[in-house]
Design a protein around this ligand. Sequence first.
Ligand SMILES: [Zn+2]
Ligand SMILES: [Zn+2]
Length: 366
Amino acid sequence: MQALKKCESQYTTIVVRSWLRPRVSIDWLMRAMLFDNAGEPLRLAEVTKPAPGAGQLLLRVHACAVCRTDLHVVDGELTQPKLPLIPGHEIVGTVTELGDGVTHFRIGDRVGVPWLGWACGKCGYCQNGQENLCDLAKFTGYTLDGGYAEYHIADQRFCFLIPDSYRDAEAAPLLCAGLIGYRSLVKAGSGKRLGIYGFGAAAHIVAQVALYQQREIFAFSRPGDEEAKKFALEIGAVWAGGSNELPPAILDSAIIFAPVGALVPQALRAVGKGGIVVCGGIHMSDIPSFPYSILWEERSICSVANLTRRDGEEFMALAPKVPVRTEVETFRLEEANEALTRLRAGKIRGAAVLIIEAVDRETAGR
Ligand SMILES: [Zn+2]
Ligand SMILES: [Zn+2]
């Protein structure tokens, strides 16, 4: 009576049933937000709780941040998701079960799970320290189920211990906004004057690290977005303006977090000779053509793809030293659609985070 639909997931068969039906005490089920088709809202469902395989951890998810990449998935701009999919790749949870051969973690450890969920370890990229480019890589909340759920299965090799000084909700944005932001910052080189285009979750973390490194931040946001400007100045930017403006000083480098290709020539115009423009997102609208003169004099453009475990280890060690403080707006699991809508509209200050509370299955729904 309860089984409406059966479908293959990464690890197990998902049994989906209506959330509104009365429930009984079933500890093999978990609540999750499921993505079925681009352009449709996520739907709350009960699915089979996954079991950890060799080398995997079962985590009770406490918090999962909502990333712009999740928007690219649900809006159909990233076209190869597993279906149905549990989105979410900035997961903080406690280890509740160990698969065979797990040696890195123990039950009760609080760990984080990032976007890179699996890499082959054998291809040329993996062997060259570029596992972020692995041909066979799998991604949390995209080609693997993610953290918009009560439980999550993760490969122990791609999990990080969460520093004790962070609460669950504050730690979640470190897992992508922090990690990929950090990788973008490293790619931007060591120049003192750094421009940041798009002042959201990643920018507010990267800016703190850059300030710790004695750099100056020039923040660019949507023209007219006074809130974003104010936010950037509060964090410590020396200047904040519209993305259509030139900064008051020539920049050494710029990172573009907004998914707007037209910002690439804008940023090239803002950096000086030898300047680096880093595109930090997984998706961007087309880059308009531009005169060679703004690239000339050894300016360069590069993209950042995914992350490596080394990025994670370096950033997780650095974050408490800065210390990076994350500003979060929290939502309940079942409010994931609202969080995505607010993120799409540019209405989140800092990062949106889903808080996944335990549900008493004996009484819920009665
Ligand atoms: Zn992300
Ligand atoms: Zn590989």
